[in-house]
Design a protein around this ligand. Structure first.
Ligand code: MG
Length: 259
């Protein structure tokens, strides 16, 4: 991985960023990172938050943070605010989402029976399209148990995605990269495929794998080094600081260049 200083910010139009352990530390948004979001937005860059967190959370994030759109549940849906109000979009249509909910019910029953020690996340009631298990937020599940859980989810017919805090059962074809592409088309009329080089992606862990692979200007905050074994493709660039401090460093580089 190269230093983020090697990233050429000259033609960057926007920054897509993960939330947990990219702009937060111990689950709390870091002040440097929040200031950095305002710095970026104030310099005219488009900001997109993309997270495995619930769509109930992206409803709040889209309203409170200086982002154009907030994508939740690893790409399953998104929320945005414009002059006409607050809006939501989904990767799959309503009929598909009803079918997916049935699959998630089955997965929830069978995993609870097979691995009673594994808990559903405490943000579950805010979720609409996926099911997440706590692997590192309130509990610290051993790596072998996380792997067993992932194998069970996949055997039951869903895909899986693992972040620092949660293991997700993903019942549809979305991921962070596809979700961001759909959201940008839906909200800003952008064909991301035509301008991938103009967007920077910043993340830290396994559920960012698809985005690290898709975005040529991909950046890991320094703590990404702890998760390289879950990343088939490493981010191209890495920051010196970890978490929100790394995000703030990158923002300073992107904006400084524009001055
Ligand atoms: Mg993360």
């Amino acid at each position: 991985m190269e230093s983020y200083r090697e990233l050429d910010p000259a033609e960057v139009r926007g920054v897509v960023f993960d939330i947990d352990d990219t702009v937060t530390r111990n689950g709390v948004l870091e002040p440097d990172a929040y200031a950095a979001m305002h710095l970026l937005a104030g310099a005219g860059l488009e900001l997109v938050a993309v997270t495995g967190r619930p769509l109930g959370w992206t409803d709040v994030i889209a309203r409170l943070w200086p982002v154009r759109v907030a994508v939740g549940e690893n790409g399953a849906g998104w929320t945005w605010v414009d002059d006409t109000g607050t809006h939501e979009g989904y990767f799959c249509n309503e009929a598909e989402r009803i079918e997916q909910a049935t699959l998630l019910d089955t997965i929830r029953r069978k995993t609870t029976a097979a691995m009673p020690q594994v808990q559903i996340t405490n943000d579950h009631r805010h979720r609409r399209c996926d099911l997440a298990f706590d692997v590192g937020e309130s509990v610290s599940l051993p790596r072998a148990e996380i792997d067993a859980l992932v194998a069970l989810i996949e055997a039951l017919g869903a895909r899986s995605s693992v972040s620092t805090v949660h293991a997700h059962a993903v019942p549809g074809p979305w991921d962070k990269a596809e979700g961001v592409a759909r959201a940008l088309a839906d909200v800003l009329g952008i064909d991301l495929g035509n301008e991938l080089d103009r967007w920077v992606f910043v993340g830290d862990s396994g559920n960012d794998a698809a985005a690290f692979e898709r975005f040529p200007k991909s950046v890991g905050v320094a703590n990404v080094r702890e998760h390289l074994d879950r990343l088939p493709v490493q981010p191209r660039y890495v920051t010196d600081g970890d978490r929100g401090r790394g995000f703030a460093e990158l923002a300073g580089h992107l904006v400084g260049h524009r001055g």
